[in-house]
Every structure is written in C-alpha cells, then in structure tokens.
Design a protein around this ligand. Sequence first.
Ligand code: NAD
Length: 478
Amino acid sequence: MDLHQNLINGEWVGGDAAENINPSNTGDVVGTYARASTDDAQAAIAAAKDAFPAWSRSGLLQRWEILSKTAHEIFARKNELGELLSREEGKTLAEGIGEATRAGQIFEFFAGEALRLTGETVPSIRPGVGVEMTREPVGVVGIITPWNFPIAIPAWKIAPALCYGNTVVFKPADLVPGCSWAIVEMLHRHGLPKGVLNLVMGRGSVVGQTMLDSRDIAAMTFTGSVNTGRKVAEASVKVMRKFQLEMGGKNPTLVLDDADLKVAVESVAQSAFFSTGQRCTASSRVIVTEGIHDAFVEALAERTKNLRVGDALAKDTEIGPVVDSSQLKQDMDYIDIGQSEGATLKVGGQRLNRETEGFYLQPALFTGVHNDMRIAREEIFGPVAAVIKVKDYEEGLAVANDTEFGLSSGIVTTSLKYATHFKRNAEAGMVMVNVPTAGVDFHVPFGGRKGSSYGPKEQGKYAAEFFTQVKTAYTAAG
Ligand code: NAD
C-alpha cells in the first residue's frame, strides 16, 4: 500500500511507517502513514520558522484563495472524506460526512476572516499623537490534535493559524492520520508556499515532545487529555510561549420535572451515546429531579437498549465501534468500577460481536449513581451515562457544578425561570437549553472553563485572540 508521507518544507518525506486500522473491522487497513522522527520534527520547526517572515506579510488575497479552494474541495469530496473518517475513527458514515462538511465550513469561514481583520485607531491622551492598535501573527504555531474529531479539530486550528499569517507545525493523533493527511495535501496543492504548513505524523512522546521542547514554536494549541495538556502547559511555561488547551469533560444534563419527556430522552441519548460517547462535550452525568425520574429512566433505558450498534459504514448503524482496544478496555473497566461502587447497570455495557472483528460495545446506562462515585467524576470517554437523582432544581444545579470540569452544561426544562437561572449559573464555557450538550456552531466561540480548558476560546472571530498578538503604536503628527 502507498505510504502517506510527512510534509516538511514543501517536500513529502518518508521514514518509519504505521498502519491505520479500521475499528469496525480490524482486518481492514485504511492506509500506511509515515511516523516522523525527532529530526523530522526539528526540520519541520526550522522550515516553519524560515517561512514565517514572508507568509506573515503575504497578501490577503493569496490566503483567502488557498483557504477557499480547500473549503470547496472538501465540500466536493465530503462523501469520500466522510467515509475515510468513519473507517479510521469509527463514527457512523452520517457523522463522518457531517464532520467533513464542518471542516469545509470552517475553511470557508476563515477564508473570509482573512479579509475581515480590523484594528482600532484612537486619539492619544497627548495632543497631536495618534494611537493605532493592530493584530499581528504570532509566529510558528504548534498544533497537536486528538483522535476523536479527525478532520474538524485540525481544521479549526489550521485554518485560523494560516488565515492570520502564522506558519504551522501540525501533529495529528497517531491513531487517525488519514483525514489530516488529506487536508494538508489539499492545502499544499492549492499553493501554500513551502514551509508554511508542515505535517509531522507520529507518536506524542517523540514528535509532540520535540515540539513542546522547541523554543522556536511561539504558540501551542492543543486538544486532548488532561494529562497531556498538563505537559503542554509545563513545557510552554518553561519557554514562555503562548498556549491554549482544550481537554476533558464530565458534562451534566439536568432534566427537570417540567421537561418534555421526549425532548429529554432524545437529547440525553444523543449527548451521551452518539459518536460512541467519544466527544469532549458528551453528557456523561444525567441529573434528574425526582418527579420525572422513574418515567425518564424507563424511557431512556428503552431507547438505549434499542440503539443499533454496528459497522460505522453500515446504513442503519446509529452507534459505531469504540476507537481501539485500549479505549474499549477503559470503557469496560469503568463499567466494572460503576457496579463495584454500588451503582445499578440498568441496561447495556456488554461487548458485542458483529460480522467483522471490531470494538463494539452496547451503550451503558447506570442508575442510582452518586456524584462522588468515580463514574460521575472521571472522564470515561465512551458510551456510558450515569443517572443521578436529585430533589429539585437547586440541588440539581449544585450537583451539575460539582465537578473539576466545565466544558458544556445542559438543561431540559419548559421553565423560562430555570432556563434563565441555569444559563447564568452553570459553571461551563457552553450552556445548552433543550438541545444536546454536544453539537456546536462553527462561527461562535468554543471552549470551556475550570479543568476543561485554558486560554482563549477557539473558533469564530474569537480565534483571533489566540492566533494573533496585539500591537499598540503611537505616532506624533509632527
Ligand atoms: P491525548 O492527550 O492522549 O492525545 C492528544 C494528542 O497529544 C495526540 O496527538 C498525542 O499524540 C499527543 N501527545 C501525547 N503525548 C504527548 C507528549 N508527551 N507531548 C506532546 N504531545 C503528546 O488525547 P486523545 O486520547 O487523543 O483524545 C481524547 C481526549 O481529548 C479526551 O480527554 C477528550 O475529552 C479530549 N478532547 C477535548 C476536546 C475539547 O475541545 N475540550 C475535544 C476533543 C477531545
């Protein structure tokens, strides 16, 4: 099978290789992808540094054109890219095509943003002096991404980095290099000058660590686990670079007595189980007031039992496989932990056999959970939901906020009073009223609070906060 190589200083470069395996069918090799060495990563950083002066002063039309052509190619190839995504990560085909489309929308949005950058001009407090505030690119941006959104997260970091005139060293997750390789190949073909975008696929401990240790990376944007995020923070502080972290979640959905039962069940089923629960915004704590608790649990158990788990590419699949064997083990371990802590496994939680060898798991629903149990406190990152019964809204809000994380927080209610209060008081970067905790727009800020995130928000025009730096210039009129 052809080797998909790394892109360093405008050249495709080989080296060690690894197979990209389909979690729906472990006999299916999606492709062979190069694994960069420390030397490769250093060469990529040097190339990005050399390319920065010219790219940071490049014409906006050139940036707009490359990003826009890439967006349109992604739209035209969304079915093929969606299939690639589903094969390498295990999301259903509909989810894969949806995510590929999202990547196109993000490139289209930032193509436009390249033309919309503004500054400010104000009079100085000193007569005859003018003050200008402008945004400038930061320099070489290091991008490190996780496996669970193989095309959308690379897109929402690469597009703004390039749009604002930065050069890039990009390391995708080792498990899912396919979609990343595809978008880098497009950007390269659409005319990015050499060294502006460098792709170094491979291991976090080798490629990622080399990036973290480099003094030539001026800003590091990271999405992934809390443990790795901490390493990114420590290394970045050591070299005094700008950094941005998006990490884990333990997102609550609060279901109140006055909720529409159908809306509540569908919202929670989607939030907790779709994309196999492998979303940082997935809802894994379902906090339910006592009046609706029993009816809600019965209806959700019925929905959970009937979720169709299967090959990501099969037409009627609602839930694809878990991404790999170690994530499956983690999910199964937490299902054991939940039971040993005294929670009731109401439905699901068993490994499933399908026609092909894959990592299939029936989504699990726990009831009788207390918020101090490990399954209510630690991120599982699988299709496992924990129902916590509370007396009323006030107790529900307190439980929702009682977590070290703060990414997305949901409420299902028909009460304007509670919805309004929740929007103001939920300790999360994103609040969802009668919509799932997962599923966001691409033109508005994305990100969390507390232990989930660090630094400026991503996406929309707020992305400029991270990918640019402000300069204040004073000019005497003379
Ligand atoms: P991970 O931390 O294991 O890996 C993330 C990336 O870091 C990968 O590219 C990996 O190779 C790299 N890495 C690993 N060790 C490194 C090191 N020492 N130095 C530099 N880079 C290193 O996370 P994952 O398992 O790929 O992703 C799952 C996690 O991502 C979950 O915790 C999930 O909540 C989180 N996530 C968060 C968001 C968000 O926006 N908040 C979105 C998606 C996923």
